[in-house]
Write a protein that binds this ligand. Structure first.
Ligand code: GDP
Length: 290
C-alpha cells in the first residue's frame, strides 16, 4: 500500500503500534494527532483536517481489524481510504474533441499549464490549440505563444486587443481545425469582481466541456475562497495543481476538491511544457503525509 511511504513522524508513531492487535483510545489519539500535524503542514484547510481526523478516529475505534490484520495496518488502511474518498480518482478527461477553460489567480501557472496540457493531448494523438485571452498581464501573450511553440501546438491570441471575450470567440473560430481547445484566461492578484465578471463572460462564449481551476501548490488556506468563488461563477470540474517540484505539498488542492466537489486533473512539476503529470491519488497522498 502507498502508505508504506509515509513521512517519518507518522511512520514512527505507527511503528510503536507494531505487534498490537487492538488499539486503545490513547493509541488512536496519538496516530490521529500525527496525521493532523502532517496535513496541516501540507496546508490542508483546518476544518477539513478536523473532519478527516474525526472520521479516522471513529472508524479506528469502532471497526474491528479483519482477522490477521495488525492494528497498525488497520489504521493505515483507514487513513488511506478516508483520503482517497476525499480526493478521488483523477478528473475524467476523455481523449476526444473538447474545450477546456482554465481559471485561476495571476501567477498560479495557467499559461504554463495551458501549453503543458496541449502538449499532453498532442502526445495522446489529438490536435490541441491554445487560445490566450489574457489581456491583463503584460507579457502573457508572448509567453503563451512561446510555450505553445515549444509544445508544438497551434496558438491563437491577439496582442493588440483588450477584449478577452472577443479573443475567445475569434480564437475558437480561427482554430476550428483543432480538436482540443484550451482557453487560457487572465488572472488578477486577488479575487476581484472584474475578474469574476470577465471569466463569466468568457465562459458563456466558450461554453467549455470542462473548467479547470489552476492552483499553485503553495496556496495554503487561501484555496477555499478561490475554489468556492470560481465554482460559484463558472463551475469547476477539476483542479490543476502546479509547482509540485517545489517544497509545497499541495494540500490546498484537497481543500479545492472538497469545496468544488470535483477532483484533480493534472499536476505541474516544472517550468517546461513536458513537466506535467496526470493526477494519481497514491503518490499525492504519500506526499501529503510525508
Ligand atoms: P499565470 O499568471 O497563471 O498564467 O501563471 P504562469 O503560467 O505565467 O506561471 C507563473 C510562474 O510560475 C512562471 O514563472 C512559470 O514558469 C512558473 N510555473 C508554472 N508552473 C510551474 C511548475 O509546475 N513548476 C515550476 N517550478 N514553475 C512553474
Amino acid at each position: 500500500m502507498v502508505l508504506d511511504d509515509l513521512g517519518s513522524s507518522l511512520r514512527g508513531t505507527l511503528s510503536t503500534l507494531q505487534g498490537k492487535s487492538r488499539l486503545d483510545e490513547d493509541d488512536v489519539e496519538e496516530v490521529v494527532k500525527e496525521i493532523q500535524r502532517s496535513l496541516l503542514q501540507a496546508d490542508v484547510d483546518v476544518s477539513l483536517v478536523m473532519d478527516l481526523s474525526d472520521s479516522i478516529e471513529t472508524r479506528a475505534l469502532e471497526e474491528e481489524p479483519p482477522g490477521g490484520t495488525s492494528a497498525r495496518d488497520h489504521v493505515l488502511k483507514i487513513v488511506y481510504e478516508e483520503l482517497v474518498d476525499l480526493i478521488g480518482e483523477s478528473t475524467e478527461l476523455p481523449l476526444e474533441p473538447q474545450t477546456i477553460l482554465l481559471a485561476g489567480l495571476q501567477g498560479s501557472g495557467k499559461t504554463t499549464s495551458a501549453a503543458k496540457m496541449a502538449w499532453w493531448f498532442s502526445k495522446k494523438g489529438l490536435r490541441p490549440a491554445v487560445i490566450q485571452t489574457d489581456t491583463f498581464r503584460p507579457g502573457a501573450y508572448d509567453q503563451a505563444e512561446q510555450m505553445a511553440d515549444r509544445a508544438e501546438v497551434e496558438f491563437y491570441g491577439d496582442p493588440d486587443s483588450d477584449d478577452p471575450v472577443e479573443i475567445a470567440r475569434e480564437g475558437l473560430e480561427a482554430t476550428a481545425d483543432a480538436d482540443v481547445h484550451i482557453v487560457d484566461t487572465a488572472g488578477r492578484h486577488a479575487l476581484e469582481d472584474d475578474l469574476i465578471a470577465e471569466i463569466e463572460e468568457i465562459d458563456s462564449v466558450v461554453d467549455p466541456d470542462r473548467s479547470l481551476l489552476v492552483l499553485d501548490a503553495a496556496i495554503g488556506q487561501g484555496a477555499k475562497e478561490q475554489a468556492s468563488q470560481f465554482d460559484d461563477s463558472i463551475g469547476i470540474d477539476g483542479v490543476v495543481i502546479t509547482k509540485l517540484d517545489g517544497t509545497a505539498k499541495g494540500g490546498g488542492a484537497l481543500t479545492a476538491v472538497n469545496e468544488t466537489d470535483s477532483s484533480i486533473a493534472f499536476l505541474g512539476t516544472g517550468e517546461t511544457v513536458q513537466d506535467i503529470e496526470r493526477f494519481e491519488p497514491d503518490g499525492f497522498i504519500s506526499r501529503l503525509l510525508g
